[in-house]
Design a protein around this ligand. Structure first.
Ligand code: ADP
Ligand code: MG
Length: 232
């Protein structure tokens, strides 16, 4: 699936929000590391996909009406076998229907379970004056409560990407504190630049959130992705 075909599909359905599956696919195509993710519309399909992908896997609700998947019990982590995947499918569908009775629920995404890393956020918003702006921060409360984030206008230089990382107050966390391993700064820089490039190449992208990206001593990978495109 190319970005163009995903965009055409979304516009045909009068959607501006891409599904997590679509978002990760177009990002992976653009070289941004993200967990391999497929859409399953039935229990059996989810089990087949998990089997093909290899355990452990994660299942998440896929619905244009549900923005925060874990808030509705729509995320099940670390599923180790076929039975666990089947049970998770049933629970997610039931939880989502209960929480959002009017939302259309397309199914679940099946994805590789990534090993835990330091959580960071890479995002983009469109400013009415300045156009696309990249954002970087540490995951969780660092962004939500402390607003510890840095911004740069697209297009970004290599230097901009490095500065975005170095500017946040929580920067020492990425060097490794309290037994936490250090994060691969070059991999984060590369991911920021690849997202910036992707956004530059596709002006239809209005908003983008990789929340979280897991940073490792060696590499980094997005485990959640959200993309909003402009109306046709
Ligand atoms: P939400 O829509 O609530 O933001 P996420 O997709 O971000 O849902 O999942 C919630 C949390 O579950 C993430 O912050 C992350 O810690 C964990 N998680 C999600 N996907 C994966 C994955 N593929 N591998 C490992 N952990 C994951
Ligand atoms: Mg998320």
């Amino acid at each position: 699936m190319t970005f163009e075909s995903v965009l055409a599909q979304a516009r045909a359905e009068k959607r501006t929000l891409l599904s997590e599956v679509e978002a990760k696919e177009v990002l992976r195509e653009a070289g941004v590391p993200a967990t391999a993710t497929t859409l399953a519309t039935t229990r059996e399909q989810a089990q087949g996909q998990a089997e093909a992908m290899g355990y452990p896997v994660v299942l998440k609700v896929v619905s244009p009406g549900i923005a925060h998947k874990s808030d509705v019990g729509g995320v099940k982590l670390n599923l180790l076998n076929r039975d666990a995947v089947g049970a998770a499918f049933d629970e997610i569908m039931a939880n989502a229907r209960r929480a959002e009775p009017n939302a259309s629920i397309l199914g679940v995404s099946v994805q590789q379970m990534a090993k835990q890393g330091t959580e960071v956020i890479i995002g983009m918003t469109t400013d009415p004056q300045f156009g696309p702006v990249m954002m970087f921060g540490l995951g969780g409360i660092m962004v939500e409560v402390l607003k510890d984030v840095s911004f740069r206008l697209v297009p970004l230089s290599d230097r901009d990407a490095g500065q975005m990382i170095d500017e946040i107050k929580g920067r020492p966390v990425l060097s490794g504190v309290r037994g936490q391993p250090p994060a691969d700064i070059d991999a984060l820089k590369k991911a920021i630049l690849q997202v910036s490039q992707f956004v530059e190449n596709h002006p239809e992208v209005r908003e983008l959130d990789l929340n979280p990206v897991f940073a490792y001593p060696d590499g980094a990978i997005a485990v959640d992705a959200r993309i909003v495109v402009s109306e046709a």
